[in-house]
Design a protein around this ligand. Structure first.
Ligand code: PEP
Ligand code: MN
Length: 264
């Protein structure tokens, strides 16, 4: 990847010469897994390491995340690699703990953005924070819910805001796990032109073989960054196995991506 355009607002702090990249496993599974993946991602285009600690599973009985202990692993990964750390928060208790462990990037998942009560609670718990806060689109294709979530956070005085486009659920059978509905993200960006827009090709496609094409489509639309699920042993991941790529595959994706230059 090479330089694309001048980064907007808080992204400038990163002194990026390429799109902003968040990568790491869907879920933190063990301390060894977190540290191994973080080490494999340091010294690459990755700025932020991601790992879910509290996993919002659609149905009960699946792996629901390791909880607070995972925050200790992330702290250790940060000390050892210098990568910033990011995780999903879904309520005020999660926010409180994530801030206690000095997590750098807190994102709100698609199943939480749909709930105005949860969004308000999270906004109140985050009020005035200097941390980076990213809002995924809601699971359903509803621009107002996404906007409403962003507005609640804006109103709480959060300056480093961004949005993640992870696609929308549909009952139709399509090649995607969640259909992109690109126009919804574009409309949101038109309403909030200063908000960095990040593509989540992992949850859009549900398929590691489609990550490159969807990320390229987003970069062609001038997206600012990407969040890509990455695991050293994707097939045996405890969640979202089919869509995770290895660190080696991720680095190949970086090589293959064509990034627009500022003056294009
Ligand atoms: C995730 O990032 O692992 C996740 C649960 O994503 P989403 O909220 O987009 O489903
Ligand atoms: Mn996932």
């Amino acid at each position: 990847m090479e330089n694309k355009k001048e980064m907007r607002n808080w992204l400038n702090e990163f002194n990026l010469t390429h799109p902003f990249v968040i990568a790491g496993p869907c879920s933190a599974e063990t301390e060894e897994q977190v540290l191994k993946i973080a080490h494999e991602l340091k010294d690459s285009d990755v700025s932020v390491f991601r790992a879910g600690i509290w996993k919002p599973r659609t149905r009960p009985g699946g792996f629901e995340g390791v909880g607070e202990i995972g925050l200790k692993w992330l702290k250790k990964a940060k000390e050892q690699t210098g990568l910033l750390m990011g995780t999903e928060v879904a309520n005020a208790a999660h926010v409180k703990l994530a801030l206690e462990y000095d997590i750098d990037v807190l994102w709100i998942g698609a199943r939480t953005t749909v709930n105005p009560f949860a969004m308000q609670e999270i906004a109140d718990a985050l009020a005035g924070t200097k941390k980076i806060v990213l809002v995924k689109n809601p699971v359903n294709p509803d621009l107002s819910l996404w906007l409403g979530g962003v507005e609640r956070l804006y109103n709480a005085g959060i300056e480093k805001l961004g949005v993640i486009h992870r696609g929308f659920s549909t009952y139709e059978k399509t090649k995607y796990r969640n259909i992109p509905e690109w126009q919804i993200a574009i409309e949101l960006q038109n309403k909030f032109p200063d908000l960095p827009l990040i593509i989540d090709p992992s949850h859009i496609t549900g398929d590691r073989n489609m990550i490159l094409e969807v990320t390229q489509e987003a970069l062609d639309l001038n997206y600012d960054g990407m969040i890509i699920e990455t695991h050293y042993d994707p097939d045996n991941a405890w969640s979202d196995a089919a869509q995770q790529v290895t660190p080696t595959a991720l680095k190949q994706i970086f090589i293959d991506l064509k990034v627009r230059k500022v003056d294009d």
